[in-house]
Design a protein around this ligand. Structure first.
Ligand code: PLP
Length: 393
């Protein structure tokens, strides 16, 4: 049977092959260390679990409004006000099944066939595929490593065409962990306003930032930019709630309303108990979040030095998220392997360390290592990667 071109045009996640191979080796009894994880290694804080559990015992097990419960939207609106000084009414917020769902609804809502979305590379793997599924054209702009993986306003200006509809800004970014400053966002924002581009601001790693870095939402820079921006966020990373599947989008009423209609005919509401858990996440103590952030900060400080010191590696220092994204071009060139993908496969085969090749993120000279893992394990993995690099040059 012939499948729809909408799905045949998309590529499977690049992380899947390596994850499958790592699992296979583990099942054979090998001591595999996985640095591929895109989720915190902490449990969801206890008060969140208790609140969700209590909600079920109290009988809250039925449909809610498709775009999320009013009480949760209020909690999200309060969070926006407190953390970023942004005011959103309930009609300007939709709660979704994870941030990924919010992005997917958004692209399907805004894109006409063939309209372009500018995506700076390195990018999170799902952006281009989601744009394609929605009938749009991803336009990938290489944010160079020498500019700390940040897109410049000049690059953006040069790439805008009559078909450009939107741009994705992901700060702190996956896979690089880099963050845009207010000034950089303002300059990019000016180009967006000039060409009437919708700004998709993915702020899912907002809470995981280190060493006095300050997070700025582009929407907070002016009323004009706020009107032109849809913020994407959620609790998956901030509260270690990846499996709960709660994210949200905030911005223009008309867009949010259309996204909600789309959700009402596809998924209906996100799981009600997860919504109750998220209310507790935002209304309860932020201490567990801070504890996790501090642990990541410590790991980053120690892990960054060790990874940067591996022969043939160079690494831009991240300010947020929980990944290192070293450039390994030299290490690969000095090895018998032709590509980073092959080098990564051999690393897994020989040293039993799973990392993610940068090809899936639009950066084929890099690899992604997650430090959302026990630090002793991480250090052992770095020792093995170093041994691999030294033995293969
Ligand atoms: N945006 C970015 C940049 C991510 O890294 C991820 C998850 O890996 C998501 C969105 C999706 O988050 P969620 O698990 O809430 O769907």
């Amino acid at each position: 049977m012939e499948l729809s071109p909408r799905v045949t045009a998309i590529t499977p996640s690049s992380t899947l092959a390596i994850t499958a191979k790592a699992k296979e080796l583990k099942a054979e009894g090998h001591d595999v260390i996985g640095l591929g994880a895109g989720e915190p290694d902490f449990n969801t804080p206890d008060h969140i679990i208790k609140a969700a559990s209590r909600s079920m015992e109290e009988g809250h097990t039925k449909y809610t409004p498709a775009g999320g419960m009013a009480e949760l939207k209020e909690a999200v609106a309060r969070k926006f006000k407190t953390d970023q000084g942004l005011s959103y009414g309930p009609g300007e917020i939709i709660v979704t099944n994870g941030a990924k769902h919010a992005l997917s609804l958004l692209f399907q809502t805004i894109l006409k066939e063939g309209e372009e979305v500018i995506i700076p590379a390195p990018y999170w793997v799902s952006y281009p595929e989601q744009v394609k599924i929605a009938g749009g054209e991803p336009v990938i702009l290489n944010a160079s490593e020498s500019n700390d993986f940040k897109l410049t306003p000049e690059q953006l200006e040069a790439a805008v065409s009559k078909n450009t509809k939107a741009i994705v800004i992901n700060s702190p970014g996956n896979p690089t962990g880099i963050m845009y400053s207010s000034e950089e966002l303002r300059a990019i924002g000016e180009v967006c306003l000039k060409h009437n581009l919708l700004i998709v601001s993915d702020e899912i790693y907002e809470k995981l930032i280190y060493k006095n870095a300050e997070h700025t939402s582009i929407a907070s820079l002016s009323e004009q930019l706020k009107a032109q921006t849809i913020i994407i966020n959620g609790v998956s990373k901030s509260h270690s709630m990846t499996g709960w599947r709660i994210g949200y989008a905030a911005g223009n009423k008309k867009i949010i309303k259309a996204m909600t209609t789309l959700a009402s005919h596809t998924t209906s509401n996100p799981a009600v108990m997860a919504q109750y858990g998220t209310i507790a996440a935002y209304n309860g103590s932020s201490e567990p979040v801070e504890k996790m952030r501090t642990a990541f900060e410590d790991r980053l400080e120690r892990g960054f030095e060790a990874v940067s010191a591996i022969p043939g590696f160079s690494c831009v220092k991240p300010q947020g998220a929980f990944y290192l994204f070293p450039n390994v071009k030299k290490a690969v060139e000095q090895s018998p392997y032709q590509t980073t993908d092959e080098w990564v496969a051999a690393l897994l085969e020989q040293e039993k360390v799973a990392v993610v090749p940068g090809s899936g993120f639009g950066a084929p000279d890099n690899i992604r290592l997650s430090y959302a893992t026990d630090f002793d394990q991480f250090s052992e993995a770095v020792r093995r990667i170093r041994a691999f690099a030294e033995n293969n040059n």
